[in-house]
Design a protein around this ligand. Sequence first.
Ligand SMILES: Nc1ncnc2c1ncn2[C@@H]1O[C@H](COP(=O)(O)OP(=O)(O)OP(=O)(O)O)[C@@H](O)[C@H]1O
Length: 239
Amino acid sequence: MTTAIQLKHLAKSYQLDDQTKHVLKGIDLTFPTNTITVILGISGCGKTTLLRILGGLEKQTAGDIVKDEQMKITTIFQEARLMPWLPVWKNIALGLKKAVLSDVQYLIDLVGLQGYEHAYPHQLSGGMKQRVAIARAYAYNPDMILMDEPFAALDYFTREKMQKQLIRIYRLKKKSIVFVTHSIDEAMLLGQHIVILSQGKVKKQYDLSHLPYERDILQDHWIQLKKDILTTIDNGENA
Ligand SMILES: Nc1ncnc2c1ncn2[C@@H]1O[C@H](COP(=O)(O)OP(=O)(O)OP(=O)(O)O)[C@@H](O)[C@H]1O
């Protein structure tokens, strides 16, 4: 398996008044190509900071990021961040030059929004808006997609549907995905590689690449894994 990005002793600290806050404390991590890596951890452990550095939105304080200079990376956030004055297809085509509807029709089909090409964001449900955001990300044809809790604002059932959609899309169009969540269930449903982040450090990693989709996380071995993850996170926070 090839490596999309490698982090070497990555650290990030913020200066708050006269105090230095160490948010990431020496992260050594490899993101495999065309794999869904999930960063899992409790609120405040540094997940978003790590993603922002990967996406080039912030600079690390120390350490190295090893990647191809030409690598195209895009981010999907918790809120879809659509342009309210543009219809669905134009939101998807936003980053493309002189695009017409037929250029993005395959992406509309990919995310199952046929019939909504000319709808405006206010006419869509939360799940549909996120599907537009996913299509827009794919329109950019990135090598890597960073997802920062993209389904956290959705209700339980919509979230489940979106997780299944994401896996379906991933299987059709393999990309390197880094998915941040604080939901253990979501991590187990989506992750081929799960990284437990705790207090700015990598606490443990799980290689689940041998376990096929779709996953029934109510099965015994998944429940065992969930217990293990819970213990790991607890240990981390009490350390
Ligand atoms: N610009 C900043 N200046 C100062 N401190 C910051 C800044 N950005 C983040 N932090 C601090 O870094 C820590 C980690 O924040 P981060 O958003 O990365 O955590 P998180 O794991 O993504 O949390 P959540 O799941 O709640 O989004 C927090 O304590 C936060 O207050």
